[in-house]
Design a protein around this ligand. Sequence first.
Ligand code: FHN
Length: 439
Amino acid sequence: MRRLILILAVTTAVTGLSATPQGPSLTAVPPERAAAREWFRDAKFGMFVHWGVYSLLGQGEWVMQNQKLPSSSYEWLATTFNPVKFDAASWVATAKAAGARYITITSRHHDGFSMFQTKATKYNIVDWTAFKRDPMKELADECRRQGLKLFFYYSQLDWHHPDFYPRGGTGAASGRPDSGDWNKYLDFMDDQLTELLTRYGPLGGIWFDGMWDKPNANWRLDRTYALIHRLQPSALIVPNHHKAPLPGEDVQTFEQDLPGANTAGFNTREISTLPLETSLTMNNSWGFNITDQKFKSTKDLIGVLVRAAGNGANLLLNVGPRPDGTLQPEAVTRLQDIGAWLQRFGVSIYETRKGPVPPQPWGATTRKDNTVYVHVLDTAATSVTVAANLGPIARATMLSTNERVETRETGAGVTITLPKTATADVDRIVLLRLGADVR
Ligand code: FHN
């Protein structure tokens, strides 16, 4: 019996795949991955980039599917992709100045075009276009130089590859023959992932998307996940399959939703104990959309960042660069403004964990050690109640000015009266130092 327990414990530590009565254990992983997960929890803010051949048409990254473009037309379009103004250094500098700690970029989206040099197919930016450069390599080098982590978005769904067969719910109009070898397609993906994990230096991880297109297929996840973790033991696997996490996965990501809030209609409400992330479009499109001017305000974006942190989640905020390689000015302005805000108030976001109460209509709470940050996003609020037993409060001040704040314990928790002088632009942050030690 003791031997069995020992074997189970060792298996768990090595693979992270053991089963418990509640389902697969998602926390027992080797130390380098555990450390990477903690890094991720601390990071809080990342810049998502959707950029590829589709950017040329300015109708978002689903244009091939939405306009029923056959592969032959899209293949021609791809030959014209020549983003001569692409400058990895300035993209990374923009993300860094925004306060992002990582970048997640589409190395390959559902159109099946590889935005990196690969031996697995000629259908890639270096071999297929006049551009001939590998932007993923340039970005990887710049991220390393400027101290940001890089995650590669990698689409498991492919509207171009002949072996993506039987086909899933999308990609029917691309004009491929009704045949193909699914296992060959899975081998192709593993070959490409091997390239991404061996030629671009240490990665933050791989961000998967598209499994939802063929929910009942055998995706050979165990094999692919083991490959990734063998090639880079600290690379995190972030699957955007919209379900509760599966064994081997490291981050639970929610698309266009805070954890557990399924307004998008396809997210799970189940929240795991893994690090969490919310991905969000800055307007209503992921890939460059020339007619979509519905950019969210900086105030709203900071509000989501704060509410994400209040849920213990990171915000992965998307930009859809233009086909020439430049970022949209609307996106740059917002990133700069978020960066200026994080410069001042990042202490209440980075390295925090979710606070004593879940996000409320008035705002959210975050916590680091014995400090609780009460983020009041509701500009009309004059007082708020944190419905938790916080124990004695040694100090309560406005983070922006150090001004003392009045707190009162009631049966319902701690009621905070906001000083009239506090400006209510975006987020009035009250710092509560917990403990009896009044200073
Ligand atoms: O279909 C994609 C979509 O184009 C985009 O990449 C988003 C990003 O989270 N994910 C997919 C939809 O789930």
